[in-house]
Design a protein around this ligand. Structure first.
Ligand code: ATP
Ligand code: MG
Length: 422
């Protein structure tokens, strides 16, 4: 059995003030119940970097059932791996049982139940089945000792992202690890090991066999945690980008701007939704398809077919929950509503649930492509001025002079598209 290098509190200098008290209490309770338990993974890595971890994970010798017996409030979750969630108000501590890796010669076992039980392992095995060396450090908050089986401390020092063990094997076992490399590069600014870089094309091909729902989880981790622009720039530079986002130009300036925008919103404590990013990432593709369909279909039909096809091609790879695909559609519809304003529809447009998100895309279009600049300025002003001034602005619009309803409406083509129900 390999011996870990043990670092004391004086050596690793983790600031105890950054450690979540619930994480510590879960470790203590497991110790009291006679089990081994450590903080592990991203939280230890972030603590060593002096950053406040976003969540705390615990690894233990207790099985999920034993964890459940130890904590009344534990809930067992997970399909691929059963883990326990111990809840303290809104704070959830994830407790996972030591496991052995997929290449420990157990996958040939034919009995499903035993296979699963056999996957539990020792602390050492748990360390070696983790992805990056910097993610496999174990910290005992009760003694302050840190255990390193894989030279993770050295790599952390070098800001180096390397897999534990053979790179090709680790990619074969789980190609999502390549995507995780890009994510940690973006989040931490670490360098990716050359061996991993060399296998990115191979990993890209393998990612097509990953369940779309899991890739949507990764999407959220990449872009919804405050380092979206950096994650996008990292991803856009690799062959993984066009596999994951077949309808998005890796060089798109509007996508980059949307990512930066998302980061700023998170920084400012404003709400963000994957629906908006999806709308922007697929916008150019949607619009190109719309133009093509428009050659021999009505605007309404063209819009509907373009939405359908754009979303379907993306969802072949990555699942998009319905509420977010609907959000994207509404943001696209909102573009023509914003563009084709007249005295009758302006108020309705402004009070639409997607007005703000639609306006945000309009702003990105105006600022990155210099298109619809006048429209964007009009709406900016409209939101800024008093009710009376708004009324005056509306009067200037087509149909603003006469308040009478017209019998025969003749709208510009794109306005018709905008009136389609979503
Ligand atoms: P973050 O700060 O973004 O949460 P993290 O390192 O904690 O980063 P998680 O996805 O929360 O990332 O995973 C927790 C830990 O589980 C990782 O640090 C790693 O040790 C292990 N792990 C996660 N995914 C994999 C994987 N695909 N293969 C091997 N180990 C993994
Ligand atoms: Mg984590």
């Amino acid at each position: 059995m390999p011996e870990p290098t043990v670092y004391t509190a004086e050596q690793h200098k983790i600031d105890p003030a950054l450690i979540d008290k619930h994480g510590v209490s879960v470790v203590e309770s497991l110790h009291e119940a006679g089990f081994e338990a450590y903080l592990v993974g991203g939280c230890v890595r972030d603590l060593l970097l002096g950053a406040e971890p976003k969540d705390f994970d615990v690894a233990t010798s207790a099985t999920p059932e034993e964890v459940k017996q130890t904590f009344k409030r534990a809930r067992l979750v997970g399909r691929r791996f059963r883990i326990a969630h111990v809840r303290f108000g809104r704070n959830i501590i994830e407790v996972s049982t030591f496991r052995r890796g997929e290449t420990d010669g157990i996958e040939t076992d034919s009995d499903g139940m035993i296979l699963r039980d056999n996957q539990y392992g020792t602390l050492e095995q748990d360390a070696f089945r983790r992805d990056f060396t910097v993610n496999a450090l174990y910290y005992d908050p009760t003694t302050g000792e840190l255990f390193d089986y894989v030279n993770g401390m050295a790599d952390l020092e070098k800001q180096h992202l390397a897999f534990i063990g053979d790179t090709q094997t680790r990619i074969n076992e789980d190609p999502v690890r390549a995507l995780r490399a890009l994510r940690f590069r973006a989040k931490l600014g670490f360098e990716i090991a050359e061996e991993i870089k060399a296998l990115l094309p191979d990993a890209a091909n393998r990612l097509t066999s990953i369940p779309p729902a899991r890739l949507f989880e990764e999407f959220n981790k990449l872009f919804m945690l405050g380092y979206a622009e950096s994650a996008w720039m990292t991803l856009a530079d690799t062959p993984i980008c066009s596999v994951l986002f077949p309808c998005t130009d890796p060089l798109s300036t509007i996508v980059r701007a949307a990512m930066a925008n998302t980061d700023r919103r998170i920084q400012a404590g404003k709400p963000v939704t994957p629906g908006f990013l999806i709308a922007v990432m697929l916008w150019e593709d949607y619009r190109a398809r719309f133009s093509e369909f428009s050659l021999d279909h009505s605007p309404a039909e063209s819009a509907s077919m373009a939405e359908q096809d754009t979303l379907a091609d993306q969802m072949d790879v990555m699942a998009i929950p319905r509420r977010f695909s609907l959000f994207a559609r509404e943001v696209w519809h909102m573009q023509s509503k914003l563009e084709n304003r007249n005295a009758r529809n302006v108020r309705r447009t402004a009070s639409h649930a997607r007005f703000r998100a639609g306006y945000d895309l309009l702003e990105l279009r105006a600022k990155t492509y210099e298109e619809q600049v006048e429209t964007y300025e009009w709406w900016s002003r409209f939101q800024d001025v008093s009710e009376d001034e708004q009324q005056a602005m509306i009067k200037e619009l087509p149909g603003g002079g006469k308040r009478k309803r017209k019998r025969k409406r003749k709208k510009p083509a794109s306005a018709q598209a905008s009136e389609q129900p979503t």
